[in-house]
Design a protein around this ligand. Structure first.
Ligand code: SOE
Length: 378
C-alpha cells in the first residue's frame, strides 16, 4: 500500500511548474512506497495562486507561507521562491518538523547556508536541493563511468553555461519575472544561477575544489527597478569565468554568461582522463560523447551514446529503448529518488550540507573576482 506524502509548494513561477509537474508524473512511472499528494500551493497573489492550483491540481491555496508551514496536513515543503527567502523559509520549515526540498542555489551566501544546514540537522528532517542536471540519464551515466574508473586519472574539467536573455539595455531588474537580475533577491548573477549548476555537477563527478581564480563583469551598470520604478545600479554579475584546482589534482575551467548571443541555455561539460574523455551538451541531453583510448587503434574515435536503453540510468522506467526523454524528467527523477530515500532512510543527494559545498565555491569565485587573487575554498 502506498503512503501519501503531502506536499506544500511555496512559489508558483517557472520552478513551481517544473516541480508540480514532477510530483504529478512520478507515480505514473516509478513505483515508490510514498506517493506525493499536491495538498497546497502558496503565493502572495490570491488570483494567480488559485489559477496555478487549478492548472496543476492542488487541493488548496495559501497566500501566507507561515500558514502553509503551520498546517498539520503538510509533510514536506518545496521552496520555489527567489533566493533571498530560502533561509527564512527553510529554518521555519525545519523548526516545524517539515521535510524540505529547496530550489538551487541553497542560499544567498555561505553564512546563510550554514544556518540552514544547522537547522535541518538539528530538526532531523529530510532535505534536498534541486540540482536537477545530475539526474539527466546521460549525466548519471557519466558519473557511473567515472566511479568505475573508466577515465583513469582525471586531468581536465571544462564547463560552460551560456545564455543571451539579458542583453537588452532596457530590460528592467526586479519583480516576479526578473528577480534574477536583482542582487537583493538573487544574491549574485550567473554565478549563483548558472555556474552553481556546473559546480554541483563538477564536484559530484570530479570531487572537491581547492582554490579558484575568477573574473566577473556587469555589462549593463544600471537598470530600471520594477519594484521602485527608479533606475538603480545593477549588483549582479552578468558574466563570470574562473579557473580552479580540484582536490584530485585536475584543472578546471568554467564560464557562464547571459550575453552569449545565440545561446539560450547551453550547458556543456567535457572531462579528459588518462584513458578516456566524456562530453555532454544540454541541447542534446540524451547523448553522451565518449572517447576510449584503449579501443583498437583503427576503430578509435568519439562514440555518441544514445542514452535511451533499459540499462541506462532511469530509462527502464520510461518508454521503450531508443525513445528519448527531456528536461522535465530530471525533476521527476529527483522526486523519485527523494521518495526512495524516505522509504529506505537514506539522505538524498545533494542534501543541504552537500549543496553548501557549491555555495562555498560560488562565494570563493565572487571573492576572487573582487580581489583579483587566487582564493581558497573555505
Ligand atoms: C535561468 O534562466 C535559468 O532558468 C536557471 O534559473 C535555471 O536554474 C536553469 O536550469 C535554466 O536557466
Amino acid at each position: 500500500m502506498t503512503k501519501p506524502l503531502n506536499i506544500g509548494v511555496i512559489g508558483c513561477g517557472f520552478m513551481g511548474r517544473t516541480h508540480s509537474n514532477a510530483y504529478n508524473r512520478v507515480s505514473n512511472f516509478f513505483t515508490t512506497e510514498y506517493k506525493p499528494v499536491l495538498k497546497a500551493v502558496c503565493a502572495r497573489s490570491a488570483d494567480s495562486v488559485k489559477a496555478f492550483a487549478d492548472q496543476w491540481g492542488y487541493e488548496s491555496v495559501e497566500t501566507d507561507w507561515r500558514k502553509l508551514i503551520a498546517r498539520d496536513d503538510i509533510d514536506a515543503v518545496d521552496i520555489c521562491t527567489p533566493n533571498n527567502l530560502h533561509k527564512e523559509l527553510a529554518i521555519a520549515c525545519a523548526e516545524a518538523g517539515k521535510m524540505i526540498l529547496c530550489e538551487k542555489p541553497l542560499a544567498m551566501n555561505v553564512e546563510e547556508g550554514e544556518e540552514m544546514c544547522a537547522a535541518v540537522e538539528k530538526a532531523g528532517v529530510a532535505n534536498t536541493v534541486w540540482y536537477n542536471y545530475r539526474r539527466v540519464p546521460a549525466v548519471t551515466l557519466a558519473k557511473q563511468l567515472i566511479d568505475e574508473g573508466k577515465l583513469g586519472r582525471i586531468f581536465h574539467y571544462r564547463a560552460n553555461f551560456l545564455q543571451d536573455w539579458t542583453i537588452a539595455e532596457d530590460l528592467p531588474q526586479g519583480g516576479a519575472a526578473l528577480w534574477r537580475l536583482d542582487a537583493a533577491a538573487a544574491g549574485s548573477g550567473v554565478t549563483g544561477d548558472l555556474l552553481a549548476h556546473c559546480i554541483d555537477t563538477a564536484i559530484w563527478l570530479n570531487g572537491g575544489v581547492t582554490n579558484v581564480n575568477a573574473m566577473t563583469e556587469t555589462f549593463i551598470k544600471q537598470r530600471k527597478h520594477n519594484l521602485t520604478g527608479k533606475v538603480e545600479p545593477v549588483g549582479i554579475d552578468d558574466a563570470c569565468a574562473f579557473l580552479c584546482r580540484f582536490d584530485n589534482g585536475s584543472l578546471g575551467l568554467f564560464e557562464s554568461t547571459r550575453y552569449a548571443r545565440g545561446h539560450k541555455a547551453l550547458y556543456t561539460f567535457e572531462i579528459n582522463g588518462e584513458h578516456a574523455s566524456i562530453k555532454w551538451d544540454l541541447h542534446d541531453l540524451h547523448r553522451l560523447e565518449y572517447f576510449e583510448h584503449r579501443d583498437e587503434g583503427r576503430l578509435r574515435g568519439w562514440r555518441s551514446i544514445h542514452v535511451t536503453d533499459g540499462d541506462h540510468p532511469y530509462m527502464k522506467q520510461w518508454w521503450v529503448p531508443g525513445l528519448q526523454i527531456g528536461y522535465e524528467h530530471t525533476f521527476v527523477h529527483q522526486v523519485a529518488d527523494f521518495l526512495e530515500g524516505l522509504a529506505s532512510g537514506t539522505p538524498v543527494s545533494p542534501t543541504f550540507r552537500e549543496a553548501l559545498e557549491t555555495q562555498k565555491i560560488c562565494d570563493a569565485v565572487l571573492a576572487s573576482a573582487k580581489s583579483g587573487q587566487w582564493t581558497d575554498v573555505g
